[in-house]
Design a protein around this ligand. Sequence first.
Ligand code: ATP
Ligand code: MG
Length: 137
Amino acid sequence: MLAVIKPDTQHKEEILEEIRGRGFTISRLKDTVLSREMAEEFYREHRDKPFFSQLINHGLFLRSGPCTMMVLTKDNMLEEWRASMGPTDPSEARQAAPGSLRACFAKEILETAVHGSSNTQHTHQKIQFLFRDISTE
Ligand code: ATP
Ligand code: MG
């Protein structure tokens, strides 16, 4: 599946350690600075949502440095990764899932520290988009 550490050079290594510690295998890893067009393409399934423009433009956060793009594998990985991330809103994450990556590293709902593709179709789309040269789950 595809997961991303959003721009955060301060905590990147710590987050990578957490990911490995939780039993995920990182089979591909690539740092990419997204352009506005790439960010819009990356989050295209949200283009009709009221927060879309904020998501792409908020403090230029998504484009403020390299995103670490990763192909992860683990049994039951979609569910496992979602559980590792915790809820989208970090204040909810700190309440409901205190050990989760978002509880520890997310600042606010527009700076959620990590991303995970939410289903197999998005996984394929985003791996194709970001890693062009491979096709995998
Ligand atoms: P992601 O797709 O980044 O892994 P997610 O699957 O938990 O996060 P989505 O619903 O897919 O949540 O939202 C994508 C991103 O849009 C979130 O990471 C968050 O930054 C932002 N977002 C989601 N809901 C809201 C909202 N109600 N207000 C503002 N931003 C939001
Ligand atoms: Mg999502």
